[in-house]
Design a binder for this molecule. Structure first.
Ligand code: MD6
Ligand code: FE
Length: 216
């Protein structure tokens, strides 16, 4: 019976262009889902999710943690990458093998082969949490793409242009989707409006977003 399935050629995940250099790979994280969620639990046991404070003094509604050689942090003094978790005083948890494999495979499918991220920012949205329009520009080497993985509850992703008031397009991001973006759109403004109430069968009442970067 199983030999019926042995010769099936795996199809690439559906490939949706978002902008020049940016592509949405629907379901590309699903083969890694189990390992990634198990590894995530180990990371959070070492460096728990926390609500960081922006330089302007606002507490973020999205809770964050990191893994890898460096982690993205914000506090009253600004945004930066730090090798240590300021809450624990210890280095961020190492990047798990399953995270590396997922990031490398999605980046390659999107046309960015050989991606070796050194930072993974992990965002947790509970219903009502949002991330206002921003650019990701604290990374030293902007030739690296960003690989962004969505797990759990669906969200709307707002994707603009190089200027804050450029027109915005919207994409629905669902469990398992991976957005890869770089090149001409690497510095495009983007955000996530308020997460809607809901319950995901494996992840629960939240959305998890992993964004892999070459930060150092
Ligand atoms: C999110 N993502 O999807 C927030 N940034 O929850 C980001 O801010 C982001 O998805 C840079 C590149 C891809 C992203
Ligand atoms: Fe971002």
């Amino acid at each position: 019976m199983s030999d019926l399935f042995d010769n099936i050629i795996p199809l690439d995940p559906p490939f949706e262009p978002m902008a020049q250099g940016a592509v949405l790979l629907r379901g590309a994280a699903l083969p890694f889902e189990k390992d990634v969620l198990a590894a995530l639990n180990r990371i959070v046991a070492q460096s728990p999710f926390r609500h960081m404070v922006t330089p302007g003094g606002f507490t973020m509604s999205v809770a964050m943690t990191n893994c890898g050689a460096a982690g993205w942090v914000t506090d009253r003094s600004g945004y930066r990458y730090d090798r240590d978790d300021p809450e624990t005083g210890r280095p961020w948890p190492a990047m798990p093998e399953s995270f590396h494999e997922l990031a490398l495979s999605a980046a390659s499918l999107a046309g960015y082969p050989g991606f070796r991220p050194d930072a993974c920012l992990i965002n947790r949205y509970e219903p009502g949490a949002r991330l206002s329009l921003h650019q990701d520009k604290n990374e030293r080497d902007l030739t690296n793409p960003i690989v962004s993985v969505s797990l759990g509850l669906p969200a709307i992703f707002q994707f603009g242009g190089l200027k804050r008031n450029d027109p915005i397009r919207k994409f629905a991001l669902r469990h398992g989707d991976v957005a890869v973006w770089g090149g001409p759109s690497r510095l495009f403004y983007h955000g996530v409006p308020e997460l809607k109430e809901g319950m995901h069968e494996t992840v629960g009442r939240m959305r998890i977003n992993l964004t892999f970067r070459g930060a150092l």
